[in-house]
Design a binder for this molecule. Structure first.
Ligand SMILES: Nc1ncnc2c1ncn2[C@@H]1O[C@H](COP(=O)(O)OP(=O)(O)OP(=O)(O)O)[C@@H](O)[C@H]1O
Ligand SMILES: [Mg+2]
Length: 231
């Protein structure tokens, strides 16, 4: 276990994290729809690509073309990286649960190892989680997935939807326990405006900040206003 940090590409968030994501850890990114989970994931991948790191972006929601145009919306041109093999975009079919889960189990660990990927994203782990038949399979399946990713040495980001009745916890109530770190994105309404805020809920073996900070989604991605206070 090293003490190295992996930059998220977002200065304010890196500061909150004590430098970045701890290398080799699995981070869960929780937030309701539109809080910027996919954006932050793409920013994390884009930052890795800038330093020549191999990356894998696994989507259960969008196909390759949509992921590429999503990133392009922020000025991040993924296409050349896909073409030269630095970035692998994977679309998993939630409709075909059995083959998707089998694929993840049998192919993904070897794939991460073989490509030497440093950064892996699952967008979203909630959709993956729903493919399991029972709670116990879900639990053991997610634990197994995490174990394999950790064996590979890659740093991973799992996006997760929140429970509609409690925006502080994930829909499956599980991902925050299997992950090493948890980041929570929230929006609050005030004065007819939506305010986005971020906090680090947990981060194993790291001295991270606990204060809630405001952030914006801009044409250049996410920007955390680390010097500002939310309230
Ligand atoms: N160029 C832009 N400038 C400013 N804000 C933008 C821009 N592009 C997108 N956004 C904002 O980002 C939001 C989408 O963020 P994103 O798709 O990352 O959220 P998400 O948490 O992944 O949502 P979901 O739960 O639906 O997957 C949009 O709803 C919009 O408010
Ligand atoms: Mg999304």
């Amino acid at each position: 276990m090293t003490n190295e940090k992996v930059s998220t590409g977002i200065d304010g968030l890196n500061t909150m994290l004590g430098g970045g994501f701890p290398q080799g850890q699995i981070i869960a990114l929780l937030g309701s729809c539109g809080t910027g989970k996919t954006t932050l994931s793409l920013q994390f991948i884009w930052t890795g690509l800038q330093s020549g790191e191999k990356c894998i972006f696994i989507s259960l929601e969008e196909g390759e073309a949509d992921i590429i145009s999503n990133a392009m919306n922020y000025g991040w041109d993924l296409k050349p990286h896909v073409e030269n093999g630095t970035l692998t975009l994977v679309k998993l079919e939630p409709s075909d649960a059995k083959s998707t889960l089998a694929k993840i189990k049998s192919e993904l660990p070897a794939y991460i190892k073989n490509t030497g990927a440093k950064r892996v994203v699952f967008d979203s782990i909630s959709l993956l989680s729903m493919l399991f038949d029972s709670d116990s399979e879900r639990r053991s399946g997610l634990f197994e997935l995490c174990k394999q990713i950790k064996n590979s040495g890659a740093t991973a980001l799992f996006t997760a939807e929140v429970d509609p009745d409690n925006p502080d916890v994930s829909r499956d109530g599980l991902v925050e326990y299997v992950a090493d770190g948890v980041i929570l994105l929230r929006y609050n309404e005030a004065n007819n405006d939506i305010h986005l805020s971020v906090r680090i809920v947990k981060l194993r073996r790291s001295n991270h900040q606990r204060r809630i900070k405001p952030y914006n989604i801009t044409a250049r991605g996410i920007e955390v206003l680390e010097k500002a206070e939310v309230f």
